[in-house]
Design a protein around this ligand. Sequence first.
Ligand code: FMN
Length: 144
Amino acid sequence: MIYQLVYTSIAYHDMPLEERLDIVKTSARNNQRRNVTGVLLYRKRRFIQILEGDKSVVEDLVAELRKDQRHGDFRVLASQENDHREFASWNMKLYNPDLCDEVSRQALESWFDKAEHGEAVDCDDIGLFLHHATRSASGSAARR
Ligand SMILES: Cc1cc2nc3c(=O)[nH]c(=O)nc-3n(C[C@H](O)[C@H](O)[C@H](O)COP(=O)(O)O)c2cc1C
């Protein structure tokens, strides 16, 4: 079984794209070693990140992330065991909501609103949505 966890946090300052890409570069490298996959979303200082892998590995990573000084107000929104990964080919990807079409943007907005209020968000929903959104954007969004 694969353990999936979604958390939200707030960046200490509005983080420029280069800084976010730096985080994702380091993350992709480290996560590959740990066999962790997932996605990182960002809107107006708020992060939503989905992590998936072995439960103990993901929990250790979360403990590490909580200590990162670049963000705070760390809250786990949901966690579950699943029989498959949603982001099997992404060791970590930054998905930029600004790049998607209007319908997709509305879906993303609703997750950020839920995160804002500490409501659970569904990994499967986000996974399905992102697969669709990144395909329809010819991969340009997925590479961000
Ligand atoms: C929002 C956010 C998400 C992060 N996600 C990951 C991640 O998925 N994997 C990871 O290894 N590090 C992640 N990091 C970075 C870690 O907190 C930490 O800086 C990094 O793992 C240290 O790696 P290094 O020892 O190779 O420099 C994230 C940091 C932030 C602020």
